[in-house]
Ligand binder design. Structure first.
Ligand code: DQA
Length: 153
């Protein structure tokens, strides 16, 4: 089975130091460790990455088309601005779950619009690091209901 790609966008490398009132105190490494443990329980492999660069996220989303069985994406602020990420996701056939640590709808109005949501299977936000775990559980359910065909594995 191909891995689930977990892609993280700009400034998420600063988790633990940055605006803890919104993002909590867990670091991205902490989140990855927790998610790896959850993935092992449901027999999924993870490829966990972070970049501050929009084009790199586009490259990784394109890579996921053939290298991943599912995609969990926290595009950070690019969620609210990136048509390039929207277009890249449109070319993806595997299930995509959008995640955010914070409840973006309880924050500034510029965070209420997402270019990812219209091209994602679903959205999970507001649960801190647990948002990633919930996304993985959702993806695991989707993959059990619709297993990738053998040439996609
Ligand atoms: C975020 C929410 C975005 O609005 C923000 O720009 C981020 C993090 C979140 O996980 O809550 O960088 O994606």
């Amino acid at each position: 089975m191909k891995p689930v790609f977990v892609l993280n966008g700009p400034n998420l490398n600063l988790l633990g130091e940055r605006e803890p009132q919104h993002y909590g105190v867990a670091t991205l490494k902490d989140i990855e460790a927790r998610l790896q443990a959850e993935a092992a329980k449901v027999a999924l492999k993870l490829e966990f990455r972070q970049t501050n660069h929009e084009g790199v996220l586009v490259d990784w989303i394109q890579e996921a088309r053939h290298a991943a069985c599912g995609l969990i994406l926290n595009a950070g602020a690019y969620t609210h601005s990136s048509i390039a990420i929207h277009d890249a996701l449109k070319a993806v056939q595997i299930p995509v779950i959008e995640v955010h640590l914070s409840n973006v709808f309880a924050r500034e109005s510029f965070r209420h619009h997402s270019y990812v949501s219209p091209v994602a299977r679903g959205v999970i936000c507001g649960f801190g690091p647990q948002s990633y775990v919930l996304a993985l559980m959702a993806l695991s359910g989707i993959l059990q209901e619709n297993p990738p065909s053998s040439d996609e594995k």
